[in-house]
Design a protein around this ligand. Structure first.
Ligand SMILES: [Zn+2]
Length: 179
């Protein structure tokens, strides 16, 4: 086993075991770079995200908005759900784009924010009709679900303009529940 971020394989610490009905893994801490990662790193079944809905307000939305307000250009949110964050950004200078694999959530987002463009598949490069480059990309609580987070970050880098901003939030290991 190697740390997916820095490649270190020495002194990795098994922090806890996580078990859901469909999926079981351990959380491993890398003492070199400080990352805590799931092993094996498998994505939950697609249906899991396609059916369950737990979207809502997050405290980081307001923090990010404080940083990006007053700007303009293309703003893409990956994992936008029903569009809670994009709704905050409406009519304030950005062209809004959202991706989520949950079709029900995207339908609701489309109703709420008709001027934004949405898509129900995560693929980079993005489909026709989407700009090639973005000034801002947000991915709240997405990175920890990726089986290859480094590739995901590289993909995002390829669609950001020079000096574009990426906002990512991830769960804190200190708030994880032990099972
Ligand atoms: Zn590491």
């Amino acid at each position: 086993m190697r740390c997916p971020l820095c490649g270190n394989k020495n002194g990795l610490i098994s922090v806890m075991k996580v078990a859901y009905p469909e999926i079981e893994y351990r959380m491993i801490h890398c003492p070199v770079c400080g990352l805590t990662f799931a092993f094996p790193m498998v994505e939950a079944p697609k249906e899991y995200y396609a059916e369950k809905e737990w979207y809502g307000e997050r405290w980081e939305f307001a923090k990010v908005w404080e940083i990006i307000k007053g700007g303009s250009g293309n703003l893409l949110e990956i994992g936008c759900g029903e569009g809670f964050f994009l709704e905050k950004c409406r009519g304030k200078g950005y062209s809004l784009y959202g991706i989520d694999i949950n079709k029900n959530a995207i339908n609701k987002a489309r109703e709420k924010i008709p001027e934004a463009r949405f898509y129900t598949k995560l693929c980079i490069p993005l489909p026709e009709g989407f700009p090639e480059k973005y000034n801002i990309v947000c991915a709240f609580h997405i990175l920890e679900h990726m089986s290859d987070p480094v590739k995901f970050l590289k993909d995002i880098n390829s669609i950001l303009i020079n000096k574009g901003l990426l906002f990512v939030s991830i769960p804190s290991p200190r708030r994880a529940q032990k099972i």
